[in-house]
Design a binder for this molecule. Structure first.
Ligand code: PBG
Length: 328
């Protein structure tokens, strides 16, 4: 009686690094990575962010240096967030031509605008004193339609300063259409919109709110960002609306907890799909690695491969420069 040995042996293709490399189905490339960056007005030194080791609130100078390093490593894009010295109820610094984002984006475009795509996040939360993503009604609700006018003004100010992609992240209804019309009207019909179409009200944004100093002073964002347990069709609906309003690319955010949604979006559309590996995803791996509980480099690469495999063409990640270097 001879033993029944398996005729089919999947392990044959896993035996050596060269074999595994040849048959790999998911590859990362530096140009697929986008680095989110923070620039703070009125500081002389870059400020470390406690909950995001290795990430800084940059000065205009240190931002230029870090952007150079990212471009040198071959990352595809940079996305800029600004922290103004003065905040008010309407987020005036968001569309001030002298505002910190406008100044910093002009620096980056003049330094690097033909080597790397320089994008701007368009929202109000970094600029409002109450920390919400829009202007408020007298009873403290976010006023959707009044906010659209502010987003439109901010997007035009960013485009005037040189931003090469406008990325609205505030989850107001109609934001893509309002921004598209304003950009077209101001002579920026050639500037694409990468819409944060699918954005959940996530606990994983915690560290970002330290980085951008934008935690809401009261309440939460549940009345505008999506409920993690919300109707499954909602994500595709948001994507379809944004495309109808003129979005050129769409985004899913966060990434790792929403890979199912990312895959559905990827299968449903014919535009580029981005995924944002957010601050909390970064912080979790950094914290576990700092304790010696996970292998940092492997955990980073595995998380990025998963996001890519789920369908992301572009990945926004705070590890963009480091990973781009490793991929070269
Ligand atoms: C809103 C915005 C947020 C992030 C990107 N754009 C914060 C929020 O919605 O509270 C989060 C990014 C991250 O956590 O890394 N302007």
């Amino acid at each position: 009686m001879t033993a029944q040995f398996p005729a089919v042996r999947p392990r044959r293709l896993r035996r050596s690094p060269a074999m595994r490399r040849m048959v790999a189905g998911t590859r990362l490339h530096p140009a697929d990575l986008v680095l989110p960056m923070f620039v703070k007005e009125g500081v002389d030194e870059p400020q470390p962010i406690g909950s995001m080791p290795g990430v800084f609130q940059h000065t205009r100078d240190s931002l230029r240096k870090a952007a150079h390093e990212a471009a040198e490593a071959g990352v595809g894009g940079l996305i800029l967030f600004g922290i103004p010295a003065v905040k008010d109820a309407r987020g005036s610094a968001a569309d001030d031509p002298e505002g910190i984002v406008q100044k910093a984006v002009a620096d980056l475009v003049s330094d690097l605008g033909d080597q790397v795509v320089v994008m701007t996040d368009t929202c109000l939360d970094e600029f409002t004193d109450h920390g919400h993503c829009g202007v408020l009604t007298p009873d403290g609700e976010v006023d959707n339609d009044a906010t659209l006018e502010r987003y439109a003004a901010a997007a035009v100010a960013q485009a005037r300063a040189g931003s090469q992609v406008i990325a609205p992240s505030g989850m107001m209804d109609g934001q893509v259409g309002a921004i598209r019309a304003a950009l077209d009207g101001a002579g920026f019909a050639h500037i694409p919109i990468m819409a944060y179409s699918v954005k959940y009200a996530s606990a994983f944004y915690g560290p970002f709110r330290d980085a951008a100093e934008c935690a809401p002073k009261f309440g939460d964002r549940n009345a505008y960002q999506q409920d993690p347990a919300g109707p499954v069709g909602e994500a595709l609906r948001e994507v379809r609306l944004d495309l109808a309003e003129g979005a050129d690319a769409v985004m899913v955010k966060p990434a790792l907890a929403y890979l199912d949604i990312l895959r559905q979006v990827r299968d449903a559309v014919d535009v580029p799909v981005a995924a944002y590996q957010v601050s909390g995803e970064y912080a979790m791996i950094e914290a576990a690695a700092a304790n010696g509980w996970v292998d940092r480099d492997r955990a980073i690469m595995e998380s990025l491969v998963a996001i890519r495999r789920a369908g992301a063409d572009t990945i926004l990640t705070y590890w963009a420069t480091e990973v781009a270097r490793r991929l070269r």
